[in-house]
Design a protein around this ligand. Structure first.
Ligand code: HEM
Length: 417
């Protein structure tokens, strides 16, 4: 005998999602006193879930699938079409391995070196500028790290333009109107650019080192032994370049945290790796970035007395799980040292998704993100002098993606070592 799942009233609550943003699921979880409830979004019955126990169910690939889960407008901007995010089963396992094979320890060592190299390069330019807008200007650092590592040639004169285009694709994610269309245009320009490179490599008119993701993806064979369509290779290369550039959002939040929590910032002055790690882990837990992720019920099942019907769209609350009082003590406080006691559960700390990397959809770039952020916070604290003029450091819980309102303006930037 199944129970009736708590239900939100209303014919369609899409506008409330847009209005309440990161707190949409959390607000209803509180009023309904339930980690799972049903609502209607984009005209469709939708289940929302929150907390580590819900995450564990959500990442059971027998219970949930990804095919047809992402709304089409997100594919046109953020993800691209035909990429790893929408695959299931064997096809997903094989494609995901293509990503995880390039995420090894030598990659991470190189990423740290490249992070320092491009912070140095751009910071030298910032010394000449009256002001730096960190959330914007750091995109150029990140796009260069991403392209050099991925084996994608990027001319000096194209750096800023490419960084902006990559930025447009993630800034458009929840946008409607002009920002959405800008995101679409930038995505198609970027896809054309990479598709051209792939066809040159296949025709033998362009050489790329074999250990680079561009080469690896270009010659990757799928689970049926076939090369990927050139356009799909482009989508997957952009699945590296776009989110690496999006780390600019976390860099802006990191600078915001250094300002808001000066005692914690002070402790990073010895550059000790463990402290840098705990600080940026807390940045990833505390600040809003990716609000929730979506899947569909794969086969009807019952959980906690509620029926999940085959095909039902289901959202897992990522932000809310990182702030769930059943999983975290004082979740509203910024406390890096909480990571000294963290149990390393794959389900309670899920800013980049949860579960396993290889058989699930957990973010392929989580280790890269952590390493780039560790080097970046160390650079901000120990290698850079800057001042923060009067500005609005607050951030909105309604706008997706969120960012400090001023985008973090720095003045009097000087390298200190
Ligand atoms: C998937 C967040 C950085 C590559 C995801 C997912 C989230 C996420 C929430 C989906 C999880 C799910 O649906 O279960 C983030 C955030 C990042 C970031 C907040 C910080 C900027 C990166 C980086 C890369 C990357 C740096 C690549 C170098 C991917 C890929 C997937 C993914 C390929 C799809 C995995 C799959 O479907 O199996 N990410 N990510 N991400 N991310 Fe990230």
């Amino acid at each position: 005998e199944n129970n009736q799942m708590p239900q939100e009233e209303g014919l369609d609550n899409t506008l409330k999602v847009l209005k309440e943003g990161y707190q949409f699921i959390m607000n209803r979880r509180h009023t309904m006193q339930s980690n799972v409830f049903e609502t209607k979004i984009l005209g469709e019955k939708t289940i929302c879930m929150s907390g580590s126990k819900a995450a564990e169910v959500f990442y059971d690939s027998q219970k949930f699938r990804r095919a047809d889960a992402a709304p089409s407008r997100l594919k046109k901007t953020l993800f691209g079409e035909g990429g790893v995010q929408g695959l299931d089963g064997e096809a997903h396992f094989h494609r995901k391995a293509m990503f995880m094979n390039v995420m090894n320890s030598s990659t991470l060592a190189e990423i740290r070196t490249l992070t320092n190299k491009y912070w140095e390069k751009e910071a030298a330019k910032w010394e000449e500028k009256e002001k730096v807008v960190l959330a914007e200007d750091s995109k150029s650092i990140l796009a260069q790290i991403a392209c050099e590592w991925a084996g994608v040639p990027l001319e000096e004169e194209d750096v800023d333009k490419t960084a902006q285009q990559l930025g447009d694709t993630f800034e458009a994610s929840a946008a409607v109107g002009p920002a959405h269309w800008k995101g679409r245009r930038s995505r198609s320009k970027l896809e054309d650019w990479i598709t051209e490179l792939v066809s040159e490599i296949r025709e033998g008119t362009r050489n790329v080192p074999e250990d680079r993701p561009l080469y690896q993806f270009t010659w990757h064979k799928d689970h049926e032994g076939k090369l990927l369509d050139e356009k799909i290779v482009a989508v997957e290369i952009l699945n590296l370049l776009r989110p690496m550039t999006a780390i600019s959002v976390y860099i802006a939040f990191t600078a915001q945290a250094l300002e808001q929590y000066p005692e914690e910032a002070e402790r990073l002055k010895d550059g000790e790796d463990g402290k840098l790690q705990r600080f940026i882990q807390e940045v990833r837990r505390f600040y809003p970035f990716f609000p929730f992720t979506a899947a569909r019920v794969n086969q009807t099942f019952t959980w906690e007395g509620y029926e999940f019907e085959e095909g039902t769209l289901t959202l897992l609350d990522l932000y809310g799980t990182n702030h769930h009082q059943e999983d975290w003590t004082n979740p509203a406080l910024f406390q890096p040292d909480r990571f000294k006691e963290w149990d390393e559960s794959p389900f309670n700390f899920i800013p980049q998704g949860g579960g396993e990397f290889s058989i699930g959809h957990r973010c392929a770039g989580e280790w890269i993100t952590i390493d780039i952020l560790k080097e970046s916070v160390n650079f901000l604290v120990n290698k850079l002098h800057y001042e923060l003029p009067e500005q609005d450091l607050s951030f909105s819980m309604d706008d997706i993606p969120s960012i400090p309102k001023s985008k973090m303006i720095l003045t009097n930037v000087k390298r200190t070592s």
